[in-house]
Ligand binder design. Structure first.
Ligand code: MGP
Length: 341
């Protein structure tokens, strides 16, 4: 896998431009005016580290939670020269979406419904306060993947080209830009896409991500019509779960006191999560699926059919946040699927 030296079209494109540009295998390439942060890597994923779930009824061997840790504090301010050098290498003015949404620095500025997320801001983005400051809209606040978890997922998804189908404000795309050669980041919301690009610039990786305003389902449908679509090695699916109330369950399932009701894939948006998965598998077997911690495990296993799926618990400190489910060549003992895809 060679490094790509071509210059991509910067900025967001409309769907039409994206369809024209992004499926070209020869010249639709990411710019690489900065060196990859972790160097070039082959398409083989690193050895899986977590437990596999290879039978539908098998009990889940849960991975070890990360060490308990205190809430991160504001990091020391970064040298402004870092930012300046990124600007210079991009060869143009910095992309800055400040003003699209508020950047909060003090809890007194934060609306009540966002307070709990604001208190975790440095877990979400360790560079949250680095000028001009990371930006999140409401949906970004409650759905962005905490940075350490995003980095862990990105390590597992190391490949040439990854598609982040629901990039939101960019937490995962920023992490993927550090382990993958090319990141295609989609979001249906132009605002969130602008925020993702803004945040990626703070991390110095915006030029390694292709930001595309598109509905994921339209994207994959359109791609299926292409004669020679660009190869996508891995798809990361982190779709909307139905808002912060996802823990209250999606059906009338009975639960023991104190337990969250089970979450069913049918509650995923914009379509049933099983359908979303199967449509994605038409592009690549290698899927990382970010799901609620209360998702019904048999439904996760069923998606894999005869294959294995690995389910990784994502902890921050002593708190289980979510599950990442690795399918195809991303799962233990299935590297051959990755290479043949
Ligand atoms: P949470 O349970 O809403 O937060 O989300 P928290 O802080 O664990 O709440 P508490 O009251 O239980 O303490 C946990 C994690 O799930 C978040 O950090 C996000 O990464 C992820 N997440 C939450 N939502 C509502 C979504 C969503 O709709 N889509 C996706 N992809 N991720 C989400």
């Amino acid at each position: 896998m060679g490094k790509n030296k071509n210059k991509r079209k910067a900025g967001m494109s409309g769907l039409a431009r994206f369809v024209l540009d992004s499926f070209k295998t020869d010249n639709a390439t990411a710019s690489s005016s900065t060196e990859p942060i972790q160097g070039d890597s082959g398409p083989t994923p690193p050895p899986p580290k977590k437990q596999k779930l290879d039978e539908r009824s098998a009990p889940l061997n849960l991975s070890e939670p990360v060490q308990d840790e205190p809430e991160p504090k504001a990091p020391a301010p970064q040298e402004s020269s870092v930012v300046v050098s990124v600007v210079e290498r991009l060869g143009g003015p910095r992309y800055d979406a400040s003003g699209l949404v508020s950047h909060f620095e003090d809890a007194s500025e934060v609306p009540e419904h966002l307070q709990k997320y604001f208190s975790q801001r440095y877990r979400l983005f360790s560079r949250y306060s680095e000028a001009p400051g990371c930006l999140l809209d409401d949906e970004g606040w409650f759905s962005v993947t905490p940075e350490k978890i995003a980095n862990q997922i990105a390590e597992r998804c190391r490949c040439d080209t990854i598609l982040d189908g629901f990039c939101g404000v960019g937490g995962n795309a920023i992490a993927f830009a550090q382990t993958c050669n090319r990141v295609i980041a989609l979001d249906v919301s132009p605002t969130r896409l602008a925020l993702a690009r803004h945040n990626a610039q703070i991390y110095g990786v915006a030029d390694r991500i292709e930001f595309i305003q598109a509905d994921y389902l339209t994207f994959i449908k359109t791609r299926a019509l292409q004669a020679n679509p660009r190869k996508i090695d891995v798809i990361f699916l982190s779709p909307p779960w139905g808002g912060p109330s996802y823990l209250s369950g999606s059906t009338d399932d009975q639960t023991a006191e104190g337990e969250h009701p089970p979450y069913h894939l049918s509650s995923i948006l914009p379509i049933d999560g099983a359908d979303l998965f199967q449509r994605s598998r038409a592009i690549t077997p290698n899927i990382a699926y970010f799901l609620p911690r209360n998702t019904v495990l048999s439904e996760i296993a069923e998606l894999a059919g005869e294959e294995n799926v690995e389910v990784e618990e994502e902890w921050t400190g002593s708190k289980l946040k979510a599950l990442t489910c690795y399918y195809g060549g991303l799962a233990d003992d299935q590297g051959h699927l990755f290479e043949s895809s």
